[in-house]
Design a protein around this ligand. Structure first.
Ligand SMILES: Nc1nc2c(ncn2[C@@H]2O[C@H](COP(=O)(O)OP(=O)(O)O)[C@@H](O)[C@H]2O)c(=O)[nH]1
Ligand SMILES: Nc1ncnc2c1ncn2[C@@H]1O[C@H](COP(=O)(O)OP(=O)(O)O)[C@@H](O)[C@H]1O
Length: 375
């Protein structure tokens, strides 16, 4: 492995070294109090190797890493060293850092939908996905339960063995997980990232325990609880669906009481919807998601990127990162300065940092300038 680039950052008690090779980008930490180097546990998907990188410390929380020669959608990354997410994952034994990819603009908050089995969560989500296919993406959960007749692996769930899922949970691959009706269910970090990378708003269908975990995490979301009009109607719907055995139906009905109690009284949920008449409930759901005609349905912007030349220099002034791409040529306008505004950074899904504003400044040889906002 040939190490051909490195940047280092001094924080109060530690120095972070980011070094890249043809194969990987590695991180080492020098502890000033003990004088020792350690290799931290690195969470998140590591950026692909590149032709070099520039890096700037944004604050004590994270370091911005700009990859050279990367594709426009893959050049802005953050090494999180003390963000809320990293603090949540910290163990006593090892130092932890996390990679997260920079997302231009403000993708809309994910939507968490919970409610008892048979209340109509899946039905409402299907309606949304059908009416707004380019706006919403479903977070495909993992589960140890067996697939139903019509369910497809990788579409409705990632059907998995308990031992495999438990190992992946241990390896930090899950945003949340819970035991529901005797099976293990969980949202992998990747499931949420896939939707974000597609430029879509993520919908999570998870139980109340999962919603509680997400509420406590760094992922900002809208939380909606769906209630049945009555326990009798819930039972009717579950039986009419015809996907569960009698034993499973009874277990689900028994759990429904506690779920409804927690869902309606725990303060986890921003909105409680009653799914009596499906059409009415769907209309209300669209209204609270801002889809009642006041917004253009498919207006979600595609995931953006920045076309960076390999040769550039980086500097920081307050909350602005200036990427200098060289002097303009004669005659034509040339893009010679890209400005990243990091004043409204937000933690997204683990593995993503949202809220990056990007401007390109064009200069003409006669001294005139033009500004173009990408986000
Ligand atoms: N915590 C958590 N719950 C999930 C996840 N995926 C599904 N669930 C919940 O697990 C419960 C059972 O789901 P499922 O087996 O599909 O049955 P259904 O609710 O009757 O359609 C529902 O409350 C789902 O919301 C997940 O990734 N995490
Ligand atoms: N408002 C409603 N009125 C009557 N039946 C409904 C309504 N909403 C959903 N259903 C039906 O109830 C059953 C359970 O709905 P489903 O979406 O599978 O629930 P969940 O995903 O919450 O378990 C399905 O057969 C569905 O067609």
């Amino acid at each position: 492995m040939i190490c051909r680039m490195g940047t280092d950052f001094q924080f109060q008690m530690a120095l972070y070294l980011i070094a890249g090779s043809d194969e990987s980008i590695g991180v080492k930490i020098y502890d000033k109090s003990t004088g020792k180097w350690t290799v931290p546990t690195v969470l998140g998907k590591e950026p692909k190797p590149c032709k070099g990188h520039s890096a700037v410390a944004i604050n004590e929380d994270r370091i911005l890493v700009i990859k050279k020669g990367a594709t426009p959608d893959d050049c802005i990354w953050f090494l999180e060293v003390d963000t809320q997410y990293v603090r949540e994952q910290k163990t006593i034994e090892t130092e932890i850092v996390a990679w997260s990819k920079g997302v231009i603009g403000n993708a809309q908050k994910p939507v968490v939908i919970s409610g008892p089995s048979g209340v109509g969560k899946g039905t409402l989500i299907s309606l949304l996905m059908k009416e707004f296919p380019s706006m919403f993406g479903f977070s495909v959960s993992h589960t140890t339960r067996k697939p139903r007749d019509m369910e497809k692996d990788g579409v409705h769930y990632h059907f998995t063995e308990r031992s495999v899922m438990e190992k992946e949970i241990k390896d930090g691959k899950f945003l949340e997980f819970a035991s529901v009706h005797g099976n293990l269910y969980g949202t992998s970090i990747e499931a949420v990232e896939v939707v974000a990378d597609d430029g879509k708003r993520c919908i999570l269908d998870i139980d109340v325990q999962g919603a509680r975990s997400v509420r406590a995490s760094s992922l900002e979301a809208i939380f909606i609880f769906i209630c049945p009009p009555s326990m009798g109607q819930l039972e009717e719907r579950l039986r009419a669906r015809g996907t569960e055995t009698e034993e499973q139906i009874l277990k689900r009905l028994c759990n429904a009481k506690a779920e409804i109690e927690q869902g309606t009284s725990s303060g986890i949920f921003d909105h409680i919807l009653y799914n009596d008449e499906l059409d009415e409930c769907y209309k209300t759901l669209k209204k609270l998601l801002g889809l009642d005609g006041s917004t253009v349905a498919n207006s979600q912007t595609a995931p953006g990127g920045i076309d960076l030349p390999v040769d550039h220099s980086v500097s920081k002034i307050d909350n602005k990162i200036l990427i200098n791409c060289g002097t303009p040529g004669s005659g034509e306008a040339s893009k010679n300065l890209i400005v990243l505004d990091v004043s409204s950074l937000k933690e997204g899904a683990p593995g993503r940092t949202r809220g990056l504003d990007v401007y390109t400044v064009y200069s003409f040889s006669d001294g005139l300038n033009g500004i173009n906002k990408l986000s």
